[in-house]
Write a protein that binds this ligand. Structure first.
Ligand code: PBG
Length: 327
């Protein structure tokens, strides 16, 4: 019997711990979501998401200015139009917001824009419903999405990010961008997006919860079932094959295993979305005095990086510099 193995020697002080650590979260790897809401009088807080707002076309510019000062470089924009319909959607509002942001800040930031129809449809589904109202039509939806993505890119988006989960949308968007000679536009696919209970605060922010008198009540027929790990692999391979530049796993913490396996096997940059519900869960713990919020956030972000993410989309990006200061 030898001496007990001394593992505590390398844990003895913050300097030693910092020196021997092998995972580091870097603020420039974080992407900040933004919500721009048409016809809103003044910016509104979002339940559960501290320091995150539904912005007006004016307040969003001030918000970005202060985020840039805080060191944020990348943003993910969600446009929320005032008018909703069943079909014939118009991307004008979001395109206008994009061009205003790019006109003001140009190459100082990277602007990714979410591409989905859930804030545009009357029923809140991510695409066009069939006349019976029980099925999202794939082909019709994909052609709308491609049209939207091209109009966002033409307005100046550096990256388009389809989150709808229709089949074939990555290829359609890639082809649409090519036809419009938008060869620099990045395509970040929400390739591995699960049908999750953690999207609650977001659906309030983007007014995108499924609603109304239609038969289809949830997104289970297009988002990935969390009991199906093989579907996650197929979805990622498919979107790689269709021409995505960046792939994403969403949500984050409950799917670290998926992120870890896929990022080892598929050699594209991987993003992870720390979604609204998981972010809000930490905020609630902190509010109840049951956790140190900033430390818990940094712990989660570190888990994402350790599991293979190059990009972390988080509502806390604007606080990262501050929170990352202490180790
Ligand atoms: C839209 C979309 C959703 C999120 C991002 N894009 C919600 C959903 O699919 O219902 C969730 C983000 C979050 O919860 O922070 N399709």
């Amino acid at each position: 019997m030898g001496e007990p193995m001394n593992l505590r020697r390398l844990r003895q002080s913050e300097i030693v711990r910092g020196l021997v650590s092998d995972v580091q979260v870097d603020a420039k790897k974080l992407m900040q979501p933004l919500f721009c809401v048409e016809a809103l009088k003044e910016k509104q807080a979002i339940p559960g998401l501290t320091d995150v707002y539904r912005d007006t076309e004016e307040t969003i510019l001030r918000q970005i200015e202060s985020d840039l000062e805080a060191g944020v470089k990348s943003f993910l924009l969600f446009g929320v139009p005032a008018h909703r319909s069943k079909q014939d959607f118009h991307s004008d509002f979001t395109a206008r917001a994009i061009s205003q942001i790019k006109k003001r800040f140009g190459a100082d930031l990277l602007l990714a824009v979410d591409v989905c129809l859930c804030s545009y449809t009357e029923h809140g589904q991510c695409g066009v419903l069939n006349p019976e109202g029980d099925h999202v039509e794939n082909a019709t939806t994909v052609s709308e999405l491609a049209k939207f993505a091209v109009s966002y890119a033409q307005a100046g988006a550096d990256c388009v990010a389809p989150s709808d989960m229709m089949d074939g949308r990555v290829r359609a968007i890639r082809n649409g961008l090519a036809a419009a000679r938008l060869e620099k536009t990045l395509l970040m696919s929400y390739a591995v997006k699960f049908h999750s209970s953690f999207y609650g605060p977001f659906r309030v922010a983007a007014d995108s919860a499924p609603k109304g008198k239609v038969l289809l009540k949830d997104r289970a027929t297009y988002q990935i079932d969390f009991r199906n790990s093989k579907d996650a692999v197929r979805s990622a391979l498919r979107d790689q094959e269709e021409g995505a530049d960046i792939l994403m796993v969403k949500p984050g913490l409950p799917y670290l295993d998926v992120l870890s396996t896929l990022s080892r096997d598929i050699h594209l940059p991987w993003a992870v979305y720390e979604v609204s519900g998981e972010y809000a869960a930490i905020e609630l713990l902190a509010r109840e005095g049951l956790a140190n919020g900033p430390r818990a956030h940094v712990e989660s972000w570190t888990a994402f990086v350790r599991s293979g993410a190059q990009i972390v989309i988080t509502y806390g990006a604007r606080n990262a510099k501050e929170w990352l200061k202490n180790g």
